[in-house]
Design a protein around this ligand. Structure first.
Ligand SMILES: [Zn+2]
Ligand SMILES: [Zn+2]
Length: 439
């Protein structure tokens, strides 16, 4: 079903070509067809790059071709004294000429106009002049319309390229591929260099936790295959929170596998909105993603089980209303490891915690989340961002130390303490900026 996207692109390309041809040759409504093609192309990317403003400009350009048609035809006719019949004849002649190749296309309007003029005035020199005028008018019109059509494609491409290039430089690592590895027991890292995606394999199929930015699906699939597993065997899809950098490929994997999406109830509306209801990023389409409807809604403490693996969901809200921490226990080499996938407790720039809060109760939510995280004592913690737990360093050591390289109880405590400090500092800063303590 990934073919739906491919089909959209094929249809878009076909319509754009047909539209450009139609702008020159009669018989195809060139401008609307070209516009429809560009609309399909924008749609194929869910309007993330080419949005409604560009599409409105494209629609106006498409409309303007009809004005050009009227102007050039009228100019040709007026200059050469052609009658209405001559102009009608030129159009009909052009249409018939289509069936006779290039000579037909060029001669058709001339013959048609001359014939039309003759039926009106029966004056051969006037008919010849009308034929020349109508033909020139049609040619001039075709050239002008083609120029507009090419400008439309150019505008689309320019907006698309600029938008794609607007990716912040510091986020480059979000998109770069990285070697997948097995971390401990059935848990594998299949994300990008910075964005975690964790494959938990079982005899009954697999669980995928988080999925990086939209567009990362081919990298994640390649990583899964490289480890010797089948992406099609994913049975359950989980997330830590509904931000584009972690759920960007969720819709893709749901389509590919038919897996069940289990989500903390408070993040389900955000997930279903594709990021449109986000308290920070609602108006930033670059951080939107393909919406996903959850199959199962979770509450704090709910368990998700598959093939002998059990993951427990803890509600750790604030970063998003339904931000989730997952914990599980896995075995390796006769030892068991407590593993936690902590939900993010970062306070993103623009978040208001105290006065006019980003959402009612957000500060208490963050405190609840930090309290839950402080109560956990994992041997291994695997956050949604690789830089949050020195994935690169641990992976390098894992080459010789195996799973032990990821055991980092102290690192977990330090990180949660630092998150707590950053959060409380922002609360204090907001309170002082306002001159009175918040509640
Ligand atoms: Zn986030
Ligand atoms: Zn993130």
């Amino acid at each position: 079903m990934m073919d739906l996207l491919l089909a959209l692109w094929v249809v878009a390309a076909f319509l754009v070509l047909a539209g450009l041809v139609g702008l020159v040759l009669p018989g195809i409504p060139g401008a609307p067809v070209l516009f429809a093609g560009l609309l399909c192309a924008a749609w194929a990317e869910r309007f993330r790059h080419v949005g409604w403003k560009t599409l409105l400009a494209l629609a106006l350009l498409a409309l303007s071709t009809y004005g050009v048609d009227l102007l050039t035809t009228a100019a040709g006719a007026r200059t050469f004294g052609a009658s209405k019949r001559a102009i009608l004849g030129a159009i009909v002649g052009g249409g018939i000429g289509l069936f006779f190749g290039i000579p037909g296309v060029l001669l058709g309007p001339f013959v048609g106009a001359a014939f039309g003029e003759l039926t009106a005035r029966r004056d051969v020199p006037a008919a010849a002049r009308a034929g020349v005028g109508a033909t020139l008018g049609l040619l001039l019109g075709a050239v002008a319309k083609l120029a507009i059509g090419v400008s439309m494609v150019g505008l689309f491409v320019a907006v698309r390229v600029v938008s794609a290039g607007e990716r912040p430089a510091e986020n480059q690592a979000w998109y770069e591929p990285t070697e997948p590895i097995r971390i401990v027991g059935p848990i594998h890292y299949v994300g990008t260099r910075e964005l975690g995606a964790y494959l938990i394999t079982t005899p009954a199929g697999h669980i995928l936790l988080d999925g990086a930015m939209p567009g990362a699906a081919p990298q994640i699939e390649a990583s899964i295959r490289k480890l010797g597993f089948e992406p099609e065997q994913i049975r359950i899809l989980l997330i830590t929170h509904a931000h584009a950098d972690h759920v960007g490929t969720l819709a893709h994997f749901k389509r590919l596998t038919g897996a069940s999406v289990a989500v903390m109830a408070a993040d389900a509306p955000l997930l279903a909105s594709g990021g449109n209801t986000d308290y920070l990023y609602a108006s930033d389409p670059k951080l939107h993603f393909e919406p996903v409807t959850a199959d199962r809604l979770l509450k704090d403490g709910d368990a998700v089980s598959l093939g002998g693996i059990e993951l427990t969901a803890r509600h750790t809200p604030g970063h998003t209303p339904g931000c989730t921490t997952w914990r599980t226990t896995v075995e390796e080499g006769g030892r068991s490891y407590a593993v936690v996938f902590p939900g993010s407790t970062s306070v993103n720039p623009g978040t208001r915690l105290v006065h006019d809060p980003s959402y009612p109760g957000i500060a208490n939510d963050y405190r609840l989340a930090l309290g839950v995280l402080e109560s956990l004592e994992p041997d291994i913690f695997l956050p949604a961002h690789a830089s949050f737990f020195d994935y690169a360093g641990k992976r390098a050591r894992a080459a010789t130390e195996g799973a032990q390289a990821f055991v980092d109880r102290e690192g977990y405590r330090r990180r949660i303490a630092a998150q707590r400090a950053t959060f409380e500092a922002q609360v204090t800063e907001e309170e002082q900026a306002d001159g009175e303590p918040g509640t």
